[in-house]
Design a protein around this ligand. Sequence first.
Ligand SMILES: [Zn+2]
Length: 477
Amino acid sequence: MEDYEAIIGLETHIQLNTKTKIFCSCKADSWTAPPNSNICPVCTGMPGVLPVLNESVVEKGVLLANAMNAEIQDISYFDRKNYFYPDLPKGYQISQYDRPLAKGGYLDVPMPAGTARHVSIWKLHMEEDAGKTKNELGRRLIDFNRCGVPLIEMVTGPDIRSAAEAAQYLIRLRQLLRWIGISEADMEKGHLRCDANVSLRPIGADYLNPKTEIKNVNSIDAVKDAIEKEIDRQKREYAAGKKVEAWTLEWDEENQVLRKMRSKETEADYRYFREPDLLPVILDETRKQRILSDFPELPLARKARFVREYGIPDYDAEILTGERSLAEYFEDAVKCYGGDPKRISNWIMNDVMRIINASGTTAAELRLSPKYLADIVKLVDEGVINTNTGKSLLEKTHLSGKAPQQVVSEEGLGRVSDNDAIRQIAAEVLLESPKEVESYKAGKATLMGWFVGQVMKKMKGKADPQAAKTILEELLK
Ligand SMILES: [Zn+2]
């Protein structure tokens, strides 16, 4: 059998986290709203209404275009994409066609093996979402809540070569969307939707075979599974001497199979034309600069800088830049601490992350601030508290929101190295244990450990054991 390589392109729809929809003032997020409760004449396509562009959709689109290294266009237009479907009340979708918001662009996606895949971006444009239909009890139900929710459609070139690479692309895209704050990017909630175009060709060939399009996948794992299944299916078709046709396939998550939905439409079927009710989108230099004025350092760049600047391992840097507020937390804590950044990294990865995960918050929302973390690590470094006390102090600081030093003094957590206090307790212990004192004096030296233990117990573990031993030896002379 001939050896084939997979040629994969991904079409993603990104739901923007704006407050309102793209052309009306209905709330954009209807996740918990009852069906058809978040609609108005504009988003349900009543006659005589006019769309008004939500400028924050343009701003978020510009942020994404910049993050994808795409060329933001000075002028772009909205177009009508005409098709008939029950969930599309106007009979057309307002989208962008030949003059989109941005052109070109790419994402260099690191692969676990240490290589990278250069994924080019072919298309990046703004559009409105359609509604939802579902079949229930033999009836077709329609929910228009999602009509007019702002989307960015982004299409990659056919640059991806395996299902695993497709998954990595989506993982990095999701990270990026959250990082620049334009989408919650939750695939299960449809904030990030992905269709995959898959074809095969003999290794070494430079032509493209017909591709199939996989739709309706709602998790990164499902995208990976569906692509793997489709690659296998096409391999079998070619091995049997058959042709692969340009079908649209639907992923059935429950049964883990692909089903043929329809033969694919071509773009001509949509009869695109300019949207006459909206002005062109103008993005001059001043406006672009204003939108991009506080554009953040992106996750992969920040990861590389963490390794370079703080000398922490790649593994640590990857985790610490998994989410933007965590990366910021780390850097702030390192600044407050002033010592070895790896020590802060260890405390975050071992302990602070556990608190973050258990409380379901982000690093930015922790009452255990970066400064408090640095204070706790310093208290451990200086021997004021031991490591275990330090770990429980993280939790106490997180719960109370009080400064660690305050918790230490209020709860008396500090190690007692005050010799007078230890001497007093040691004397008590010896007075209460005449038999042991006798045996010790008769030569049973191993009892010293027991005496130290008794002192520690009375002082609830806060005595410095070395100081206790020295004092006990003096008293027993
Ligand atoms: Zn509306």
